[in-house]
Design a protein around this ligand. Structure first.
Ligand code: COA
Length: 149
């Protein structure tokens, strides 16, 4: 396994496994992540397009996506988990960044991947002088999602 800073050009082939993680977290964990189940092929395509639309933010530097990758049983590289550091372009908020989209594939849970991703995110944020990291509390949101089902 390896931790990488996602590069939209170099790591384009990992996008389908990102979509799989995104959908798995919605289906298995009721995570509120923009889309609601079910996920027939056309909806999966919409999720893929949403990820593609986020690439511009990575290229511009507004977003840094840190990812854990591994080889699948066929030896092909796949994403196991990710976290996103959203950098506020505000002139008065350059010390702050939002932590979003901490997702680990159900197939790779409880192996310390989320811990590793957050540690790397903190290093990247500090290098960028972002000393205040802000995040939402998904456990509360997940509870709401469960109740609404
Ligand atoms: C939450 C999540 C990111 C954890 O990923 P992970 O790689 O399994 O986490 P780690 O292995 O680094 O676990 C670190 C610690 O978090 C806690 N933890 C992780 N999953 C937990 C769970 N399901 N229930 C309770 N505690 C949990 C534990 O304290 C764990 O340490 P331990 O294994 O020594 O007990 C993963 O379960 C996930 O993707 N969930 C769905 C999406 C989500 O809710 N994301 C949150 C932000 S949007």
């Amino acid at each position: 396994m390896e931790t990488i800073i996602f590069d939209p050009v170099k790591h384009k082939s990992l996008l389908p496994s990102l979509v799989e993680i995104h959908i798995a977290c919605i289906e298995n964990d009721f995570t509120l992540l923009r889309f609601l189940p079910p996920f027939p092929p056309e909806k999966r395509q919409t999720v893929l397009e949403w990820w593609e639309s986020r690439m511009a933010g990575i290229t511009s530097g507004a977003r840094i996506v840190i990812m854990e990758v591994a080889n699948d049983p066929d030896g092909k590289q796949e994403a196991c988990g990710l976290v996103s550091l959203e950098r506020d372009p505000s002139e008065t908020g350059s010390y702050r960044a939002n932590v979003q989209t901490l997702l680990v594939s159900p197939r790779y849970r409880r192996k310390g991947i989320a811990t590793k991703l957050i540690k790397k995110l903190e290093e990247v944020a500090l290098e960028d002088k972002r000393s205040l990291l802000v995040r939402y509390y998904p456990d509360v949101m997940n509870q709401i999602a469960r109740e609404q089902r």
